[in-house]
Design a protein around this ligand. Structure first.
Ligand SMILES: [Zn+2]
Length: 372
């Protein structure tokens, strides 16, 4: 069909303003320090078994110890560093002049997830109690603005706090707690089987379910329902650290890297998601810096404010690890997710943090633009 000359410019305009990202998947790894993400195995913990809790030093050393930080992080998370990172941006390596910090003054989980999802520290979120707060999140805002069905926005995670933090209302979209089955209208025999296993696998602490099974449940949901926006919350990194088992923490991060590969392969296998999905990866808080307090996190413990973020997708420049960027905050993640979906954060909250400039081309007026 020929276009009339009057219509052609309008269509051209619509095409240039369309977004390369149709879908966003937020993956959070609880309490993962910048030290491990950017540097792999921490040199200060290599020879201190009383502080690291490493049971078999030679085994852990052979798996993860290398002479320089670049080799160590690739030994720990090879898929993230060799495949994902080069397709997007990774922010937060303070040693290279890129800082991402938590804005809330708590430095533990719920306040961090609330800041990530609402775009600002929320003054009334001061504990990890499983409570739903009245603050609207990017997830429910995206469903409303994009006119999506309930099942098109999904939260799956291995802690009940994720479900509580996900939305201001119980019926905002599909949400599931640590040990929940998927509701009858959305489940499949595969999801039922995974959810059944998840109820029976005992975890280190009673409030968390198994991350691999949570991941498999999320992957089955993704394949079946093709959500436009999904939050996958994983938590065992925090559990192994609190248990002061640095060897298990490193093994877990290596496993999480495999899960990221499985997630990416699944995304690329779906016609609705291939090359049209952006992954946003981040953490809720850091942990202490010293051999004594690396296992802990709380306000006042130096290091807990330092976090990281990776944005991997079709409209993000492929710069990989960023150096010498202006400071980014945890509260900038919400606006970044909304911008990826073609939405304006100021409609959600005009005082929320702005989109992260480094995740987009040509955003010089936003936070994180240019050299610091
Ligand atoms: Zn913790």
């Amino acid at each position: 069909m020929r276009l009339s000359s009057a219509l052609a410019p309008v269509i051209l305009l619509a095409a240039t303003s369309s977004h390369a990202t149709d879908n966003v998947i937020l993956v959070t790894l609880d309490g993962v320090r910048i030290q491990e993400l950017f540097g792999g195995m921490d040199p200060s913990l290599v020879d201190r078994p009383e502080d690291s809790g490493i049971y078999e030093p030679e085994v852990t050393r052979s798996r993860y110890w290398r002479e320089n930080p670049g080799e160590r992080r690739e030994a720990l998370m090879p898929f993230f560093w060799k495949t994902l990172a080069p397709m997007g941006v990774v922010l937060g390596n303070k040693a290279k002049g890129s800082s991402v910090t938590v804005g809330n003054r708590h430095w533990f989980s719920y306040p961090g997830y609330s800041e990530i999802l609402t775009g600002r520290p929320q003054p009334d979120v001061t504990s990890n109690d499983i409570v739903r707060y009245p603050h609207r999140t990017v997830l429910e805002f995206a469903r409303l603005k994009l006119d999506l069905e309930n099942k098109d926005v999904a939260q799956l995670g291995s802690w009940d706090g994720f479900e509580a933090a996900a939305a201001s209302r119980d019926d905002a979209f599909f949400m599931s707690g640590a040990y929940d089955s998927v509701s009858p209208e959305l489940t499949t025999p595969e999801m039922d089987r995974i959810a059944g296993l998840r109820k029976r696998v005992m975890e280190l602490w009673e409030e968390s379910s198994n991350d691999v099974l949570t991941f498999e449940l999320a992957r089955a949901y993704l394949t079946e329902h093709r959500p436009r926006v999904m939050w996958l919350g994983l938590g065992q990194s925090d559990d192994w650290a609190h248990a002061r088992r640095y060897d298990r923490l490193l093994d877990y991060l290596h496993l999480a890297d495999e899960l990221l590969k499985d997630l990416w392969d699944t995304v690329q296998s779906l016609d609705t998601h291939r090359d049209r999905t952006t992954l946003v990866l981040t953490t809720d808080h850091g942990r202490g810096l010293t051999p004594r307090d690396w296992a802990e996190h709380d306000f006042g413990i130096e290091g807990c404010q330092d976090i990281w973020i990776a944005v991997i997708g079709p409209e993000t420049p492929d710069h990989g690890e960023m150096a010498d960027t202006a400071a980014v905050r945890q509260s900038d993640i919400a606006a970044t997710i909304l911008k990826l979906l073609g939405l304006d954060y100021r409609e959600l909250d005009p005082d929320a943090g702005p989109p992260i400039a480094a995740a987009f081309e040509d955003l010089s007026e936003e936070r994180g633009a240019g050299a610091k």
